[in-house]
Every structure is written in C-alpha cells, then in structure tokens.
Design a protein. Structure first.
Length: 460
C-alpha cells in the first residue's frame, strides 16, 4: 500500500460522491465503472462485477436496496461510509491486511469487536454478556490505542457491544472524530437514543448501529422489560428522520423464530428505516441459561431457507451469524476475520466464546493476534467440512474443549463456574442433531449446484 494509491482512492471518492449526491439513479453505474480503477483484490473484482450487473436491473431486489441507501441516508453518512467502508476498509484495507499477514505470519481480521463497558441499563433474560462482572470498562486511552494500532495494520472497522455502548456515547464520539478514517458500528438496546445523539451521528458520518429487538411488542417486552419496544420504535423514528444508517439485531429462539422471520416483522423494520439486520441464534451462555430457549435444529434449518427467501424479496441486507457459514467459509472468529475484546480487556476469539489467554492492556494488538488460543483456532478452521456446521461452540463443542485445554485458556465469565467440559457435554446432543440435518441439507445444495452447472454446460 502506498501514498499514491491512497490519494487516488480518496480523489476517486470525492468525485464519485459529488456525482451520487447530484443524481443517484443516473450516476451509480458510472461510479461503479470508476471503481474498477482502484479495486485490487481479485475477490473484490468479482463482487464489483456482480454489483454492476445488479445495478443494471431495476427489477432486482438488491437494486431497490441500493436505492434506499442512496435516497434515505444523510449525505454526510453516504460520503463517510463510501470512503471508510468501501475504500479504506475493503478496497485498500484488505490488501494491506494481506501484506501485514505475510510479514508477521498471522491472519489480520477485517473487524475488531470491543466492549466500552459491561454496564447496562437493562437486564434481559438470557443475555450473552450476563455473566461478566457488570463493572468493567475500557478507558478512552486504551480504546484509542486499539484503534490506532488497528489502522496501522489495515483494520478500519471497529464494532462495539457491551453492556450498553451508549452509556459511553461521549467517548465513542471522541473516538469516531479522532479516527475519522474508520467505521464505528455498535449494538445497542436503543433505549437511550436521543435526537442529540442522532444529530451527532450524522455530523460525524462514520458511525452506524444496530438496535436489538426480539419481535413485536409483547415478545420484546417479555425478554427486555416493559416499555422497551416502544422506546425502540421511537429510537428508530429519530434515527430515520436524521438520515442515520442503522439496522436491527435479533436473537431467534424456540419461541420467537416465526415472529422475527415473518414478512410482517421485516416489513415493519424496513418501514422504520432499518437498512440491515443481524440474526443471532440463542446460545446457552450468560444470564439465566436455559437450553429450552435454544431454537431446535429443525427451526435453525427453517431460518436458513427463510432468510434466503427474505433476501430475494425485501430491500434490506440480512445477515445470519451462524447459518452464513457457506458465505464466510466457516467460522470467522479467533482473529481470522474478527475477534472480541471484552470490557476487562480480555482478548476472546468471539463474543460468544468466553475464554482468553491474554489481555490487551498488557500487550500490543499484533501480539494479541498471535496469542495461543487464536493459533489453536486457526489451525482447525474450518472446524468442519460442512460449512453449515461452522461453530466450535454449538456445532463442534469438542473442538472448543480441545482448544481451551491445549492452550490453558482461562474463563472470562467471573460469575459462572461452569467448566469447558460441562459446557461441551451439554451441547453434544444439539450438535449431533443439527449435524444430521445440516449434512442432509448441504448434500442437497451440492446436488442442486451440480445440476445447475450441468445445465449451463449443456447450453454452452
């Protein structure tokens, strides 16, 4: 990566953004054509070709999603996200990550997830972070160092969870202003969002967020507390009116899976202004652990197909953290494409895997990325030949057991004394049942793909 390439990328964006602001529908294809001049990574070139095809078809669902982004988002956010995400984090950042990877013989992730605080104004049933101490915080100076070292090795995407990140909103704003080349994204319960916060988000331009929700009012309030649903609806209204980029985050369980995957619910989220969504399956960690709360293997398979249908029919970008293993080539954690720093500074492979061998307070970011637990992850990834069985937590719990024992990793759940053996044992039945379904479904997918290839060959 050299200064000339960075300069050309920035100048390209300056001209492209001016075109988009003037006439989005007319100039988007011209901007994509220009993008060919700075895209370096072969995978990105393929993605760009795909996007160019989509934008030539007004009947395509993704075309309508792109139009939503161009028309509904505040100009300052469009400019910053275009520069920081598509150019810095992706077009220029990924090649830089690969250079660092070769130099230090380690993967450089696309994103860092860190927790400014583990404090929260809610006490949601089954919260994945419920077994942290609820007192720890990362101070501003440490978060500033993490962001600085991240950018030096090509990481421009900083995600935040908690706890409730908006309890530290002033420090998040300070970080976003100081590190203006990076994208800051945080998961929030939405109850503390105000018009002042929305205005600052649009002023800075490099902040996006996802609001947690469990379904409609009764279901959301049942898990999160009375009145939370209406506060979330109000927060979405405020953010939409401000032109902010936001989405929703939902945990699907045995009880709410039909609700959160219904057209009525997704349509409501689109109406409220959500541009993307994260779907997480309930994991038996944290507060009030309940195995009966987990979606069944059959329900998980249903959601896979349901999300595919919604992606094809709704102008919103939907992501499924577990079921998208085919897209991500298995587990992305352990520093491969992302990792987690909790509010105590412990460096964890994943937000849902509460084990660590080091603390970021005592070492550099590069040293943290080379820790033994991450290396144990990476030598096993993918954890299964079937990408629909990607997770070492719920799909391959024996792998988690092996890695923790191999590296001597310590538990970061101070209030939970469950051993890794106890955790793995309780998930063996689920993983076996899911594996049988996942293997059958994946075999069907491979046969379908083979038939499609055969048809193409016959045509040619």
């Amino acid at each position: 990566m050299n200064l000339a390439e960075t300069y050309l990328g920035e100048k390209f964006l300056e001209q492209g953004i001016k075109l988009i602001m003037h006439n989005p529908e007319k100039n988007i294809n011209r901007l994509l054509k220009w993008a060919e001049k700075i895209v370096r990574d072969p995978n990105h070139k393929e993605v760009l070709k795909h996007v160019q095809g989509i934008m030539k078809d007004p009947n395509n669902n993704w075309y309508h999603f792109a139009q939503r982004m161009l028309k509904e988002v505040h100009p300052n956010l469009k400019a910053c996200i275009a520069k920081n995400f598509f150019v810095n984090a992706t077009m220029l950042g990924v090649p830089k990550q690969k250079e660092i990877q070769e130099k230090y013989d380690m993967p450089v992730p696309f994103a860092i997830l860190m927790d400014p605080t583990e404090k929260c104004n809610l006490r949601c049933k089954g919260c994945w972070a419920g077994d942290y101490q609820q007192v720890q915080e990362l101070d501003f100076e440490l978060m500033d160092r993490i962001c600085t070292e991240a950018e030096e090795i090509g990481i421009y995407f900083i995600a935040m969870s908690g706890g409730e990140p908006t309890l530290r909103i002033d420090d998040i704003f300070r970080l976003a202003e100081k590190h203006s080349n990076q994208i800051f994204f945080f998961f929030t319960n939405g109850t503390l969002i105000t018009e002042d916060i929305a205005r600052e988000i649009t002023r800075l331009g490099n902040i996006t967020l996802a609001i947690s929700i469990e379904g409609f009012e009764e279901t959301t309030d049942q898990r999160r507390g009375k009145g939370v649903f209406q506060k979330v609806m109000n927060a979405m209204d405020i953010l939409r009116e401000a032109g902010a980029v936001f989405g929703y985050s939902t945990t699907y369980t045995r009880k709410n899976i039909d609700e959160v995957s219904s057209e009525e619910f997704v349509d409501l989220m689109i109406k409220k202004g959500a541009l993307f969504a994260w779907y997480f399956t309930y994991i038996p960690i944290g507060r009030d652990v309940d195995m009966e709360f987990m979606a069944t293997p059959e329900q998980r398979a249903y959601l896979f197909e349901r999300i595919e249908y919604l992606r094809d029919t709704k102008p919103i970008f939907l992501m499924d953290f577990w079921n998208d293993g085919e897209v991500s080539n298995g587990c992305i954690a352990g520093g491969r494409r992302y990792f987690h720093i909790n509010a105590a500074g412990d460096v964890e492979p994943c937000a849902f895997v509460h084990y660590a061998t080091c603390n970021i307070k005592n070492i550099s970011l590069i040293e943290a990325l080379r820790n033994p637990l991450f290396k144990a992850y990476q030598k096993r990834q993918p954890f299964h030949s079937n990408p629909r069985r990607p997770c070492p937590l719920i799909d391959n719990p024996e792998a988690l057991r092996e890695m923790v024992k191999e590296t001597g990793a310590f538990s970061t759940q101070v209030s939970n004394k469950e051993t890794v053996d106890e955790f793995a044992d309780k998930l063996l039945g689920y993983s076996k049942a899911w594996g049988e379904i996942a293997d059958l479904k994946y075999a069907e997918r491979l046969k379908q793909q083979q038939r499609m290839r055969q048809k193409v060959q016959n045509i040619n």
